[in-house]
Design a protein around this ligand. Structure first.
Ligand SMILES: Cc1cc2nc3c(=O)[nH]c(=O)nc-3n(C[C@H](O)[C@H](O)[C@H](O)COP(=O)(O)OP(=O)(O)OC[C@H]3O[C@@H](n4cnc5c(N)ncnc54)[C@H](O)[C@@H]3O)c2cc1C
Ligand SMILES: *[C@@H]1O[C@H](CO)[C@@H](O)[C@H](O)[C@H]1NC(C)=O
Ligand SMILES: *[C@@H]1O[C@H](CO)[C@@H](O)[C@H](O)[C@H]1NC(C)=O
Ligand SMILES: *[C@@H]1O[C@H](CO)[C@@H](O)[C@H](O)[C@H]1NC(C)=O
Ligand SMILES: *[C@@H]1O[C@H](CO)[C@@H](O)[C@H](O)[C@H]1NC(C)=O
Length: 559
């Protein structure tokens, strides 16, 4: 004891002010400072798994999350019907399935209750139907979590529904290998896509892929395309086969009561990370290296609401960019991003939530007067209607889906109303809503409040729309066929999660990339090396950059 005190004293005498610096060094000695930019699915999962892996490997990590907004979840968020927090509704990502292990385990580990409240209300007499602009091509009264059944469809589409179900199972089986060694973790998503033979599926359109596997054109158009449109705002001709399969793999879909974002919120809490809310990272640069030999470390600047950019005091060993780069507004210093981040076109999707005492009107769907309109309508193209790309691709229906989400109590009237969600490529108009509900919707969507109208108007009738919440997103990439994917490593200690979105864009896949990046960081810090995938190929072997999409199209056969 006395000896230690003595030597510290001696050191202080010898080095003067320097001791302060070396004490700082000693304090951070062995602690890796890790910055995560963005607290969506990817960033939250990265933080959670970093903590878990680091603790297991006895690596000390100090995690700091920077989040531009005041909340956690990114594109996974709820809003409150009638501004009542007790009536939350998913505005963004709404469903996941049991093989989404990170999400599903999250609900168990964090004791979150799940509901099967898919996009549909689940009352027994609800009808779910697929509309092509002229007529309904499919209708069901099934109160189950999914709205079609291969057994019931064989008479109409023959073996196609079974083939499609088996195809989905095979593809999901291959994808799930990404969670296990030797495929997990991965430094290159492109290499894994080849190794798992998934690139054959991403290289072709959903339309080509289904045709290769002898799935009937009308089944694909009626049923599978309705799914790709509601999930990815795209026709089968403009999204790759893998995303078509993912759209169709929603059997047993579920969501977290109170909001899916709660999984990510718990992940952040459990990780013990420091989180800076309302703080956008504005630049990433190299920190001045102490010695030329050491690995680069990073300096970050942030911008809060109105303030000027500020340099963060901490120097980071690793930085994880967990948001699509092109929307992040981050400036990277010279040479920081070694692997150029390709700009990916994203879909602009309008999500319109509203409450109304009225049901969808049969006239809108050209049904006989007095008949009952479906409560959930997915759409597809009519026979012979040309599938177009992007917003034009919506075709004559003009929307991708209209769903009755739930009932909710209007606090002004204490009456139960219906809460709807519409997905469309363009903003919804009062005329469209008037036609849909069969009642005149004011140009302002919601009627003036009672106070605005004056007291004498209070009983002037029922408001067709009592609560209205329009929003638009850059929701996901336009999932065109491709054979390369942005890899998760941008430079030494610099990671990127959003490249996985043009492979598959879901909460789960973003969370998987967060988990993957966490594993890579801890592996490197702990000196853990892993066996290569047997028979794996390097990027040079693949001649990656010369691969042309149309060369990969293959005869039907095994996947
Ligand atoms: C309408 C809609 C419906 C969807 N439906 C489903 C569905 O049913 N099921 C499903 O699985 N997926 C669905 N998705 C897709 C899913 O939401 C996304 O794939 C997933 O949430 C992406 O997560 P992420 O963490 O990669 O990115 P994001 O959720 O975009 O998170 C990025 C975070 O980074 C923050 N950020 C950005 N820039 C900065 C900066 N400079 N500094 C600090 N922070 C920054 C953002 O504020 C955000 O919080 C849907 C998406 C939309 C929009
Ligand atoms: C951990 O990170 C925070 C910033 O979030 C910083 O203030 C703190 O000094 C860091 N701790 C260590 C031991 O580096
Ligand atoms: C999910 O939980 C199961 C059962 O505990 C476990 O075997 C599996 O590894 C977990 N997977 C992930 C991705 O967390
Ligand atoms: C889990 O949640 C349920 C209900 O939400 C509650 O009754 C139970 O006590 C919780 N269990 C734990 C371990 O927190
Ligand atoms: C609605 O019900 C609540 C509780 O029952 C009551 O306090 C409130 O006055 C009612 N409001 C209207 C407009 O009837």
């Amino acid at each position: 004891m006395r000896l230690q005190l003595g030597s510290a004293f001696a050191a202080w005498l010898a080095l003067g002010g320097e001791v302060v610096a070396s004490k700082e060094e000693a304090k951070s000695n062995g602690v890796r400072n890790i910055a995560i930019i963005g607290a969506g699915a990817a960033g939250s999962s990265a933080a959670y798994h970093l903590r878990q892996y680091a603790d297991e490997a006895d690596v000390k990590v100090n995690i700091t999350i920077f989040e531009k907004t005041g909340r956690i979840g990114g594109r996974t968020l709820t809003v409150s019907a009638f501004d009542d927090p007790l009536q939350p509704i998913e505005l963004g990502a709404s469903i996941f399935v049991a093989v989404n292990y990170i999400m599903y385990n999250g609900t168990k580990n964090f004791n979150l209750s799940i509901g099967a409240n898919y996009r549909t209300a689940s009352s027994q007499d609800d009808i779910t139907a697929i509309w092509d602009g002229d007529s309904f091509v499919y209708e069901t009264t099934d109160g189950t979590s999914w709205w079609w059944d291969a057994g019931k469809l064989w008479w109409r589409y023959g073996m196609s529904p079974y083939r499609a179900v088996n195809l989905v199972k095979e593809v999901v089986g291959k994808f799930l290998k990404l969670y296990e060694p030797p495929y997990f973790p991965f430094r290159s998503l492109t290499a894994r896509a080849y190794e798992l033979d998934l690139v054959k599926i991403t290289a072709v359109t959903g339309e080509q892929f289904l045709a290769q596997h002898k799935i009937d054109e009308s089944f694909s158009r009626h049923i599978i395309q309705a799914a790709t449109r509601v999930n990815y705002a795209s026709n089968l001709a403009y999204l790759h086969g893998l995303e078509a399969m993912v759209s169709f793999a929603t059997d047993g879909a579920m969501s977290v009561n109170g909001g899916n974002w709660r999984i990510f919120d718990q992940m952040v809490k459990t990780s013990g990370a420091a989180i800076y809310h309302d703080t956008a990272v504005s630049s990433i640069g190299f920190a001045k290296a102490k010695t030329s030999a050491s690995a680069p470390r990073y300096e970050i600047s942030t911008r809060s609401a109105e303030a000027d950019p500020e340099v963060v005091g901490t120097i980071f060993d690793d930085v994880i960019i967990a948001s699509p780069w092109q929307f992040s507004n981050i400036e990277a210093g010279e040479g920081v991003i070694k692997h150029h981040i390709e700009e990916i076109p994203y879909t602009k999707l309008h999500v319109t939530l509203f409450a109304s005492p009225f049901k969808l009107h049969p006239d809108f769907f050209k049904l006989p007067p007095g008949s009952k309109a479906p409560s959930n309508v997915y759409t597809t193209l009519a026979e012979g209607e040309e599938p177009k790309e992007g917003a034009e691709g919506v075709g004559k229906t003009g929307f991708y889906s209209v769903s009755t989400l739930r009932t909710a109590v209007n606090p002004k009237t204490n009456k139960t109303e219906f809460v709807y969600k519409i997905f469309s490529p363009k903003p919804v108009t009062p005329q469209f809503l008037s036609d849909l509900l069969g009642v005149q919707v004011p140009e302002t969507f919601t009627a003036p409040t009672d106070e605005d109208r004056g007291g004498d108007n209070q009983n002037s009738g029922v408001d067709p729309i009592s609560w209205y919440y329009p929003h638009w997103f850059y929701s996901y990439p336009i999932e065109l066929p491709r054979v390369t994917f942005q890899d998760p490593i941008l430079g030494s200690g610099l990671y990127y999660t959003s490249g996985i979105e043009s492979f598959i864009s879901t909460m789960e896949t973003s969370a998987l990339m967060g988990m993957n990046v966490a594993r890579l960081i801890v592996d490197d810090a702990a000196g853990i090396s892993r066996a290569a995938v047997p028979g794996s190929v390097s990027e040079e072997d693949l001649g990656m950059h010369e691969v042309k999409v149309d060369l990969v199209v293959e005869e039907p056969g095994e996947l």
